[in-house]
Design a protein around this ligand. Structure first.
Ligand code: ACM
Length: 534
C-alpha cells in the first residue's frame, strides 16, 4: 500500500512537472523546435553584439539590464565575434522586418534579426521561456535558465494594435507607459491613442489654448448605468502636455511601438465646441463638454474656419507623432444639425452633393487631402468610406467586418477591429458577476475565434488586411486596474491573431496555454480577469 501511495505521488509530481509547458510563448511562434538541456545565465559570460544596427545593441543592453535587475547577474555588452560560449546578437539582413531566429543550446544563446525590432521580439520570447522572475525588478536566488530550443518567428500581420480611449476617462502618462510595456510583451506594435471626445479633449494644442483650459474639463460625469441618469456633480479633467506626448512617443519607440493619435472629426467634437462654438452649426449655442455618455448631436460644421482650425490642430499633432498614420475618427456623426443648418444646405447645393452623407465625405476628403499633402496618411473608422478616399487612406473596420471588406475591395488598406470580436469594453462574463460595463458579450473564446482571412475576399484583396486591433472604450472604465482587467487576457488572443501564422483554431489549447502563462501575468502584476482561466 505504501509503495502504491508513493508511486501515485511520484506520478502526480511528474504530471505537474510535465504540465509546466516550458515552451509556452504567447503569441505562439511560427516554429519552435524543442531540444534537450537548458542554458544557465552566469556572470562569467558576456553579451556579444555582431551588428551595424545600433537598435540591436540597445536590445542587447535591455537583456543585460533585466538580468541584473531580476537575477543580479551583471553581463557586459560588447561588440565582438561568434564563439562557442556566450550570448550573441547577430544582424542577419536576410530576415524580414520584425522576424527573428532564437537558438538556445546548453552553451549559448544566439539571436539573429535584421533590425532592433526582430531582436526585441526575440527578447520577448526569451523572457517568456525564462522563470517569470525575469519580469520583476526584485533580485532573487532563482537560477536564471532557459530551455534549449530553436525558434524561427515572424509576424503574420504588420499591424497589431490596441486602442485606449483617454477621452471618456483620462489615463496618466505612467499608465500609458505601462500599457505600452504590456503591449510589447505580446509583440503588439501599434498604440492607438484616442485623444479627443465629446466628454473631454486631452491633447495640448499651443495655437488653441482653450482646448485645454475649457475642453479638457467636464463639470460632472455619469455614475452607474446610463439608464439611471445619475451624475456625480464633480468636475473631471486632464490632458497631456506636448512635452508629455513627446516623452511617451520616445518611450514607445524604444519598445518598437508606434503611436497613432486620434483627433475626432466631424462628430465626437462637443468638447471642442465648448471652447470654439464658432465651429459648430449654431455658433450662438452654449456648448458644454458632454457629461452624458453616448453620441452627441453637436458636431463640427464644414465652414472654412473649421477646416482652418482642424488643419492647424493636425499640423501640431503631426509634428508630435512621427508615425505615418493620423486617425481622424470620422465615426458616428449625426446629421441632424447639418439638415437644419442653412449654411450646410447651401453648401450641399453649391457643391452639387446628394445629401448630408456626401457632405461628410466632402469633410473627410478635404482633411484626407491635407494630411496627404503633408506626407502622412489618413486613418479613420469605417464611416469614412461613405465617400471617395485618397488611395493611401486606411480604414479601421469597427461595425463588424463589412466596412473592412468593402474597403479592401476598393484597394484600401484595412485594420480589422470588429466590435463583435475586439471591443474590450464589452462584458467578458455574465454581467451579474462583473463590474458595470457598457454591455455586449465577449468572452476570451469569442475574441480568440476571429479569423481575419475572410471568405468574402480574394487573395489579392486579402493582402489589404494589414492587421488587427482591439479597442478599449472607457465610459465605464475609470481606473487603470479596471482597464487592465478588461484588456487581459483578451489582448493575448488579439496578439495571437495578429502575430501567429494562420492555423486551425483550437480554443482549448489556447486557453490551456494562457493558464500556463498566468505566472508571467502575475509577475507583471497585471490585473487580469480570470473567469476564463479557471
Ligand atoms: C466607434 O466605436 N464609434 C468607433
Amino acid at each position: 500500500m505504501k509503495s502504491f501511495i508513493l508511486s501515485f505521488l511520484v506520478a502526480c509530481v511528474s504530471v505537474t512537472a510535465f504540465s509546466q509547458n516550458q515552451y509556452n510563448i504567447i503569441p505562439e511562434p511560427q516554429k519552435l523546435i524543442p531540444a534537450t538541456g537548458v542554458y544557465s545565465f552566469k556572470s562569467n559570460t558576456a553579451i556579444t553584439v555582431i551588428a551595424k544596427d545600433n537598435d540591436i545593441t540597445s536590445v542587447a543592453k535591455m537583456l543585460a539590464e533585466q538580468l541584473k535587475a531580476s537575477f543580479d547577474i551583471a553581463l557586459p555588452v560588447k561588440a565582438g565575434s561568434l564563439k562557442s560560449n556566450g550570448i550573441f546578437f547577430v544582424q542577419n539582413d536576410q530576415l524580414g522586418d520584425e522576424a527573428y531566429q532564437l537558438n538556445i543550446t546548453t552553451k549559448n544563446i544566439t539571436i539573429q534579426s535584421k533590425n532592433g525590432k526582430g531582436a526585441f521580439y526575440a527578447l520577448q520570447s526569451l523572457f517568456q521561456l525564462m522563470p517569470a522572475q525575469v519580469y520583476t525588478a526584485v533580485k532573487s536566488n532563482i537560477i536564471a535558465t532557459v530551455p534549449a530550443c530553436q525558434v524561427a518567428d515572424a509576424p503574420r500581420f504588420s499591424y497589431r494594435g490596441l486602442m485606449l480611449d483617454a477621452g471618456r476617462h483620462f489615463y496618466s502618462v505612467d499608465f500609458i507607459k505601462r500599457y505600452i510595456d504590456l503591449m510589447a510583451v505580446y509583440k503588439l506594435n501599434t498604440f492607438h491613442w484616442h485623444l479627443t471626445e465629446d466628454q473631454g479633449w486631452r491633447i495640448e494644442i499651443k495655437k488653441y489654448p482653450l482646448l485645454t483650459s475649457i475642453s479638457s474639463i467636464r463639470k460632472e460625469s455619469m455614475v452607474g448605468a446610463y439608464k439611471d441618469m445619475k451624475f456625480d456633480k464633480t468636475p473631471y479633467g486632464g490632458f497631456y502636455t506636448q512635452n508629455e506626448i513627446k516623452e511617451v512617443v520616445a518611450y514607445a519607440s524604444k519598445k518598437f511601438v508606434t503611436i497613432i493619435p486620434e483627433i475626432e472629426m466631424p462628430g465626437h467634437s462637443q468638447a471642442l465646441l465648448a471652447a470654439y462654438p464658432q465651429l459648430g452649426c449654431n455658433p450662438d449655442k452654449i456648448y458644454e463638454v458632454a457629461t452624458k455618455w453616448g453620441v452627441s448631436e453637436d458636431v463640427l460644421c464644414p465652414r472654412e474656419e473649421t477646416f482652418t482650425v482642424m488643419q492647424d490642430i493636425l499640423t501640431e499633432v503631426m509634428a508630435l507623432f512621427p508615425g505615418q498614420y493620423i486617425h481622424i475618427g470620422g465615426d458616428e456623426c449625426p446629421k441632424k444639425q447639418w439638415k437644419e443648418s442653412r449654411f450646410c444646405q447651401d453648401l450641399i447645393k453649391k457643391l452639387k452633393l446628394k445629401d448630408e452623407h456626401e457632405l461628410q465625405s466632402y469633410f473627410i476628403g478635404r482633411i484626407d487631402k491635407f494630411i496627404t499633402s503633408k506626407g502622412k496618411k489618413m486613418l479613420g473608422w469605417d464611416e469614412i468610406l461613405e465617400g471617395g478616399l485618397s488611395p493611401n487612406a486606411m480604414v479601421m473596420s469597427w461595425r463588424g467586418t463589412a466596412g473592412g471588406i468593402e474597403a479592401a475591395k476598393l484597394n484600401h488598406d484595412v485594420v480589422m477591429s470588429p466590435n463583435n470580436f475586439f471591443y474590450l469594453d464589452y462584458y467578458q462574463a455574465d454581467p451579474k458577476t462583473q463590474p458595470l460595463a457598457i454591455g455586449g458579450n465577449l468572452p476570451l473564446s469569442k475574441c480568440y475565434s476571429f479569423e481575419p482571412d475572410l471568405p468574402e475576399l480574394t487573395e489579392a484583396e486579402a493582402k489589404h488586411i494589414v492587421g488587427v486591433q482591439a479597442n478599449l472604450w472607457t465610459e465605464y472604465i475609470g481606473t487603470p486596474a479596471y482597464a487592465e482587467y478588461m484588456t487581459f487576457p483578451r489582448a493575448l488572443a488579439l496578439a495571437e491573431i495578429g502575430w501567429s501564422p494562420k492555423r486551425p483554431k483550437n480554443y482549448v489549447a489556447f486557453s490551456d496555454r494562457v493558464k500556463k502563462h498566468i505566472p508571467v501575468m502575475d509577475a507583471l502584476k497585471i490585473n487580469y480577469c480570470n473567469v476564463d482561466l479557471k
